[in-house]
Design a protein around this ligand. Structure first.
Ligand code: PLP
Length: 370
């Protein structure tokens, strides 16, 4: 048996002819930069997120950086976020010239703990970046209340959470804006890099769309410092083929997650923590992530039996060497550090076979009961 974390080939085969026809259309049209496919996807993804504007950019990391800059965050400002995330969240804050302020997480959801945010607010704080980790939204109502009280922007890092909802509200609806990544392994993945900012805030949308074209408006006149970061037309064409399937894929992920949870809890409910979907949340399971004892030994055992797993993320951002000058030390964020030692993500993708899930579950149970 060999079971990968995800397998993108089956999905490609199911839509190969359509994708190739779309690519041919773009190449024949010679409209390679910000053409009709980018516009179409921007409009579809904005509507899907229940907001007015979508701005396609080069990748999900730039989406955060550009959204921060468009929200007026810059040198000397502080941005409150979680350290239990992919590097890009903290990286984008630092690239915008601001200082990331890391607060602890809620161990049930792995997301930022809103009750820790207010203590971190100073007169330099300009924004909060909640990360909707693994596909489940952070507690947006609580975060929005704090942001409103202190007049802060909220930029939702929704790289892993396109399609997620909370109490009927989409990603991007409560925040000042939200950012998506179309990195190939994300729930809506391109065949290369891509990203998007979605927002109801017209000023943010206008600024972001100028920043992505070198800050040029009108053309060749530069009032702000921008860069070259656009969603590629060929990638947008591919995403336009994939987008109509997104909800069906999210539902397939949810079904597979429910199956893992049921099977694992039949035997190991006392031993391991399966994912917690908070009431009111619609989790899209970008990752299916457990908290377990003897995590590294479990990972090795599964590897020996042909099962791939991943650790998202082994080293939280507050203790990353690149952020050493911020002065954090081990022990500052106990729940984040605990999660980094206990989290393990299992194979998860819409086409994952039930027989493969059964084998994964069997080997996990074997490890803890042998
Ligand atoms: C993938 C990811 C990003 C970055 O997206 P890219 O498109 O790879 O630049 C940012 N934040 C989180 C939480 C991610 O998972």
């Amino acid at each position: 048996m060999k079971i990968q974390m995800l397998d993108l080939s089956e999905q490609y085969l199911s839509m190969k002819d359509e994708v190739i026809a779309k690519l041919d259309e773009v190449m024949s049209s010679s409209q390679f930069i910000l053409g009709s496919n980018v516009k179409q996807l921007e409009s579809d993804v904005a509507k899907y997120s229940n907001v007015a504007h979508g701005i396609g950019v080069g990748n999900g990391s730039d989406a955060i950086h550009i959204a921060l800059q468009a929200a007026g965050v810059g040198l000397g400002d502080e941005v409150i976020t979680t350290a239990f995330t992919f590097f890009a969240t903290g990286g984008a804050i630092a690239r915008a010239g601001a200082t990331p302020i890391y607060v602890d997480i809620d161990l049930d959801t792995f997301n930022i703990d809103p009750s820790k945010i207010e203590d971190a607010v100073t007169d330099k704080t300009k924004a909060i970046i909640p990360v909707h980790l693994y596909g489940q939204m952070a507690d947006m109502e609580a975060i929005k209340a704090i942001a409103d009280k202190h007049n802060l922007a909220v930029i939702e890092d929704a790289a892993q959470a396109i399609g997620a909802k909370q109490n009927g509200k989409s990603v991007g609806e409560l925040g000042t804006g939200a950012t998506y990544s179309f990195f190939p392994t994300k729930n809506l993945g391109a065949y290369g890099d891509g990203g998007m900012i979605v927002t109801n805030n017209t000023e943010l949308a206008e600024k972001a769309s100028v920043i992505r074209v070198h800050g040029s408006k009108p053309k060749y006149y530069h009032h702000v410092l921008g860069y070259n970061s656009r969603l590629d037309e060929l990638q947008a064409a591919i995403l336009n083929v994939k987008f109509p399937h997104l909800d069906e894929w999210s539902n397939a992920r949810r079904q597979r997650a429910a199956y893992y949870t049921k099977k694992l809890n039949e035997q190991l409910a006392e031993m391991i923590q399966t994912p917690v979907e908070k009431e009111g949340n619609h989790h899209v399971f970008h990752q299916y992530t457990l908290r377990v004892p003897n995590r590294d030994e479990l990972q090795n055992y599964l590897k020996e039996h042909g099962i791939a797993t991943m650790i998202y993320y082994p080293m939280p951002l507050h203790v990353q060497p690149v952020f050493a000058e911020l002065g954090y030390k081990e022990g500052d964020l106990p729940k984040t550090e605990k999660a980094a030692k206990e989290a393990i993500s299992l194979p998860m993708y819409p086409e994952l076979k039930q027989a493969d899930q059964d084998y994964v579950v069997e080997k996990i149970i074997e490890f803890y009961t042998k």
